[in-house]
Design a protein around this ligand. Structure first.
Ligand SMILES: NC(=O)C1=CN([C@@H]2O[C@H](COP(=O)(O)OP(=O)(O)OC[C@H]3O[C@@H](n4cnc5c(N)ncnc54)[C@H](OP(=O)(O)O)[C@@H]3O)[C@@H](O)[C@H]2O)C=CC1
Ligand SMILES: CC(=O)C(=O)O
Ligand SMILES: [Mg+2]
Length: 770
């Protein structure tokens, strides 16, 4: 595969395995990381007439008469172009626009995931400044903002300046300003911890390109002294009268010195700022840095020095990299989604210094905030506390959007560049809060809690299945769970090799071999003791234990050899359910099992119950599945708001099922008095508060229900399937509730990612039982 060549060239990117996984990730289930979705239904003739001819003429003419109306009738106000000519892609160099596309698609995904901003990634064959400026400026009618990416210095400076002059929308070179903002926040916090003043510190920079120079310029605005800044590029120190590879932007930092190389400048440095290339900073140089040095080795994908080497050389150092796999990730992803969110939401014409400073202050302050519950869940391991290993927030901190976007929007309004200033900041915060819960952050608390829940063992009945093998690798790599796979070791081994997975049976994870396990006799005895009086004779028990891997998994769980069971990737749900009933049984305080499904879509996260277990539940069973579901939803850090849905709206019908739901409501209220719940109500009343209030002004349910409780399995299961397909939602589940020990029966259509999600959830359940 020719794509290997490029990735192999990225020195030390990671092991070859990781490259393989990255290629697989990008290729399947469909190539790339993006697609476009329609936001309006085109279900009938009328829709078509409205969306296209003749209806579309009305917004066209409205925009002709008032260009600002484009913000109301098109997606422009939430649409950003991520544009590159591929001339300085990460630290990979001038690899050209086509090869830069994975990075630009990646930036687009980050904009969407972290801030809900739509992006077209645009890679242009425009090597000169003039070509860049002409091409990009011609795109102004399409976009609400331009994010320039990975364009080499010094050309990038002219490109950005000229575009900012020509265009009436924000133009932001992310590698310059996104990086500068987050670097400045980390340096302010690092210096505070070291007890140093920015006006006095010596800063040694490796790299004199887009990122490094923009960072230094911002640090100067914050008080750093030019004479204390020593800049190096591929030629060594930037000094007065140097005439090789110089330009007007670098010259600003030229030192009047006869020093020439990094080794000569580094003694006494308080800050090393690396925005250059892999391995440039040698560990032996660190001994000469000042006390409590701040080492920012930010080249991607491989930093100027690896953190373990830096730590060994200078235990007192504060160390940052641009990568996700070490603490203190100083990466512009902490900035660009949110600065654009704030800018777009107030219709900013530009991103000015005031807005950038507001972002710096918001990020720096967030790291110092008391850790909230939500933040604690957003992190793996311990709750972060401001300190050398936590100078800046993690990219997954959901508070980033809540702090940066409003600060930026306010700064835009105060500095007079907002066309649509935000007038009601409380309402704006509500909107941002809703976004946080709508986005992919839903699973984050589960993974964080699973990581803290040390070494929980999850047994997988279908241990030979490719999806389980891939999931096992992820679980092990991320420290989420200790997998135990049921399957033939030779088959597992062959398949792992075939799929290019590096984990190995009996070294990285345990295997239960159904054909030959020393515990077989004990398993049969236990199984027979459980089912002997349910018509299973000893011989049949032996055969079942030999051949049925769900039985084996359930027995391993029952015997305490595992903490949770995942099964159901093959075969029918009821078959697995019967085994879980027989072997694991119910929690003592419940009548029966029920199944909860989480559906995550662009619209948000909604739970549905009972989607798989009881065909026609009684009022008591519905009440029980409601409070069990509410209990489970809290594990996600979400406050449940339950609607008992029906064909009847608050007593509008007197049918048997409407009466049943009313009875169930009374029972839930008794069993879970603190739960926000109401019913029986129509599905649309459950979702729309205004519809609900119209018929029931004092409904006990506020906002949009996030738990829909159905009168029967048909309704629940059909709704789940339809909504999932229509919204292209991600189904997490079914989550089996009411079992004595965590056991989940997945569906044959589950993906490997779905297996990982459910294993993480099972780990959290197991840790909360313990
Ligand atoms: N963590 C983060 O958020 C970010 C990290 N980066 C990383 O910073 C690096 C630079 O990016 P960017 O500024 O956009 O790129 P540029 O091409 O604009 O600048 C690269 C700079 O690094 C210098 N350089 C290259 N190799 C060496 C070397 N061996 N020793 C000293 N200097 C060297 C170049 O010198 P010369 O011009 O003389 O060749 C140039 O000054 C990349 O690795 C990128 O991934 C960038 C943005 C954000
Ligand atoms: C993070 C980033 O933008 C870069 O490395 O180029
Ligand atoms: Mg970049």
């Amino acid at each position: 595969m020719d794509t290997h060549d490029t990735s192999k060239k990225a020195e030390n990117l990671a092991s070859g395995d990781f490259d393989e996984q990255a290629l697989y990730f990008h290729r399947y289930p469909r190539p790339g990381k993006l697609e476009i979705q329609a936001t309006k239904p085109l279900g009938n003739q009328r829709d078509l007439a409205l969306a296209y001819s003749p209806g579309v003429a009305a917004p066209c003419l409205a925009i002709r008469d008032n260009p600002e109306a484009a913000a109301y009738y098109t997606s422009r106000a939430n649409l950003v172009a991520v544009i590159s000519n591929g001339s300085a892609v990460l630290g990979l160099g001038n690899i050209g626009p086509l090869a830069s596309k994975p990075v630009m698609e990646g930036k687009a995904v980050l904009f969407k995931k972290f801030a809900g901003i739509d992006v077209f990634d645009i890679e242009i064959a425009a090597p000169t400044v003039d070509e860049m400026v002409n091409t990009v400026s011609a795109l102004e009618p399409t976009f609400g903002g331009i994010n320039l990416e990975d364009i080499k210095a010094p050309e990038c400076f002219d490109v950005e300046r000229r575009l900012r002059e020509k265009m009436e929308i924000p133009v932001f070179h992310d590698d310059q300003h996104g990086t500068a903002i987050i670097v400045a926040a980390a340096i302010l916090n690092g210096l505070e911890l070291a007890g140093k003043k920015i006006e006095e510190v010596k800063i040694v920079a490796s790299g004199a390109g887009a990122a490094a120079l923009a960072c230094l310029n911002l640090l100067v605005i914050l008080g750093a002294k030019r004479e204390n800044i020593w800049v190096h590029d591929i030629e060594g120190l930037v000094y007065k009268d140097r005439n090789v590879l110089m330009d007007e932007w670098k010259s600003v930092y030229a030192q009047d010195s006869d020093k020439r190389v990094l080794a000569e400048s580094i003694p006494g440095a308080d800050v090393f700022l690396g925005l250059s290339a892999a391995g440039v900073l040698k560990p032996e140089l660190l001994a000469q840095m000042a006390e409590k040095p701040l080492i920012m080795a930010l080249a991607n994908p491989t930093p100027e020095i690896m953190p373990d080497l830096a730590r060994a050389a200078r235990p007192d150092a504060m160390i940052c990299t641009g990568r996700s796999d070490f603490p203190n990730q100083v990466n512009n992803v902490l900035c660009f989604p949110y600065i654009f969110r704030g800018a777009l939401d107030c219709g900013a014409k530009t991103i000015n210094e005031e807005m950038k400073m507001a972002a710096v202050r918001a990020i720096a302050a967030l790291a110092r905030e008391e850790p909230s519950d939500v933040a604690a869940r957003a992190y793996t391991g311990e709750t972060p506390v401001f300190g050398p290993n936590y100078l800046i927030p993690s990219p997954f901190d959901p508070r980033l959007i809540l702090r940066i976007a409003p600060a930026v929007a306010k700064a835009a309004a105060d500095s007079g560049v907002a066309l649509r200033p935000i007038t009601d900041f409380d309402a704006y915060m509500d909107e941002l809060n809703r976004f946080v819960f709508r986005s992919g952050f839903v699973m984050k608390p589960i993974f964080a809690a699973a990581k803290i829940a040390e070494r929980k063992r999850v047994v997988f009945s279908e241990g030979e299945d490719e999806r389980v093998l891939r999931a096992a690798q992820v679980l092990l790599e991320e420290g989420t769970a200790v997998p135990i796979l049921i399957g033939r070791p030779s088959v597992i081994e062959t398949r792992l090799k075939r799929y290019g997975l590096k984990i190995r049976p009996n070294t990285d994870f345990a295997v239960i071999n159904p054909e030959d396990d020393p515990r077989f006799r004990e398993y049969v005895e236990l199984y027979f003791s459980l089912v002997g009086r349910a018509g299973v004779i000893p011989e049949a028990a032996r055969t079942i234990v030999r051949t049925n891997t769900t039985v084996i998994g359930a027995l391993a769980l029952k015997r305490g050899e595992a903490d949770a069971l995942i099964c159901g990737l093959e075969g029918r749900y009821e078959r697995h359910l019967r085994i879980v009933r027989q072997v694991i049984g119910k929690r003592p305080d419940v009548r029966d099992f029920s199944a909860l499904s989480l559906l995550i879509s662009q619209r948000g996260a909604t739970f549905y119950t009972d989607t798989y277990v009881t065909f026609n539940p009684t009022a008591e069973e519905i009440a029980e599945s409601t409070w069990l579901a509410a209990e489970e939803i809290k594990r996600f850090g979400i406050e449940p708001r339950a609607a008992l849905v029906s064909h009847s709206n608050f007593g509008s019908r007197e049918s048997e099922s409407a009466t049943k739901m009313r009875e169930a409501l009374a029972l839930v209220r008794k069993a879970a008095p603190d739960l926000e719940v109401d019913g029986e109500m129509h599905g649309d009343s459950a979702i729309s508060e205004s519809l609900r209030r119209h018929v029931m002004p004092d409904s006990a349910l506020s906002g949009e229900a996030n738990l829909l409780v159905f009168p029967n399995l048909d309704a629940a299961n059909i709704t789940l399937g339809v909504v999932k397909t229509m919204t292209d939602g991600l189904h997490v589940g079914p989550i089996l509730l009411g079992t004595a020990l965590p056991a989940h029966i997945l569906s044959p259509s589950v993906t490997s990612r779905g297996v990982v999600n459910m294993a993480a959830l099972a780990v959290v359940e197991a840790s909360q039982i313990a």
